[in-house]
Write a protein that binds this ligand. Structure first.
Ligand code: SIN
Ligand code: MN
Length: 266
């Protein structure tokens, strides 16, 4: 997947891009099945909401083959390499559940604020690229982005250790209000298989999910190798310390895996 000049300009101006139908229904189905199986397992990388529902599975590319293939997929790696002009390594990998009825809020924040403060990442040269595993609807807690909010650097933030089960550096209401007056709010909705990429300084968050529709999204955080983290404070499985550049797999590797998986199940 190569970005054209108009897409590169839109990314620079608005801080995000959405691509529908990057992965086929067959490719996404296997990832969805595997995510649901993972959420039922008990391991330290799987964090739960205060209700006990799954919130996020960290580092699944290190212990699950389908997610390993996704984490090195050329449709995700090449556009981010193109933007940064560098090889990439995986800084963080998470499968966010936003579970039906129980999926909790993510307060307004900038991801680079955390990567800088907690991990010692020198520059905002890491990117989130997200793959929708379920349909992301207006009603099931879609990600909300504040366009153009990536142009102001890192804002002051407070460390929220209480609201949800996950510590987050969150922005105050006055800052969010000002940015929203300037840029508005968008929530890119789409079918499973859609891909969203957004700048590390883009302000974003999501509301809780009280619908019967889960909203699983996989987030790869790809960092330019030269921008590797310097002073990690979080566990290795949250902020990785293996800075080896990712060699992309073949474009059909996930599809081939899906077919083997289905054949074995039949
Ligand atoms: C995040 O900001 O890292 C996740 C937000 C979400 O999945 O809704
Ligand atoms: Mn975030």
């Amino acid at each position: 997947m190569r970005l054209n000049a108009q897409q590169l300009r839109q990314f620079e101006d608005e801080g995000w891009l959405f691509f529908p139908e990057v992965f086929s229904a067959e490719e996404v189905a296997v990832l969805r099945d595997e995510a649901e199986t993972l959420y039922r397992t008990d391991r330290k990388e799987i964090w739960r909401e205060k209700s006990g529902a799954p919130r996020t599975a960290f580092a699944a590319h290190t212990y699950n083959e389908a997610f390993r293939l996704l984490g090195a997929h050329p449709r995700l790696i090449s556009p981010v390499e193109q933007v940064f002009g560098d090889r990439l390594y995986m800084h963080q990998y998470k499968i966010n559940a936003k579970a039906a009825f129980d999926g909790d809020v993510w307060q307004w924040h900038q991801d680079y604020g955390t990567w800088q403060r907690d991990d010692g990442m020198p520059e905002p040269r890491a990117m989130n690229i997200a793959v929708y595993l379920d349909e992301v609807m207006a009603i099931n807690g879609p990600l909300m982005l504040v366009p153009r909010s990536h142009k102001h650097g890192v804002f002051a933030a407070g460390h929220d250790l209480a609201t949800t089960s996950y510590p987050l550096w969150t922005l105050d209401h006055e800052t969010v209000t000002r940015l929203v007056h300037e840029g508005g709010i968008v929530s890119p909705i789409g079918e499973p298989g859609g891909v969203l990429m957004f700048h590390g300084n883009l302000v974003h968050g999501s509301a809780g999910n009280i619908t019967p529709y889960p909203r699983k999204i996989v987030y790869l955080t790809l960092n330019a190798v030269a921008n590797h983290i310097r002073t990690p404070t979080r566990p290795e499985w949250i902020a990785h310390q293996d800075f080896t550049p990712i060699d992309p797999v073949a474009d059909d590797a996930l599809l081939a895996y899906a077919r083997r998986f289905r054949a074995a199940a039949e």
